[in-house]
Design a protein. Sequence first.
Length: 99
Amino acid sequence: MLGQIGWISVYRAMMDKSYYTNSHYVHIWIHCLLKANHVDTQKLWNGKEVVIKRGSFITSRGRLSKETGISESTIERILKFFKNEQQIEQRGFNKYRII
């Protein structure tokens, strides 16, 4: 599978963000934008049906690490930063999270 087809918009104002010079932060931010659903979807995750809203996606720290090549601890720190800056919302569950 070649991945999802489509496009995203990225505002140039992103260059004004304090984290713009840190490539891991930018990488995670763009990755989250690319992973986000463009329509509501239902997924079977760990034997449970989960509704993933438009603009959200289901993942785990381990999965993000595999997809980006960034360590799990760095990913956790970056996601916490984005949450504190009110750039993302996330709901955590035992083995996954919805961002």
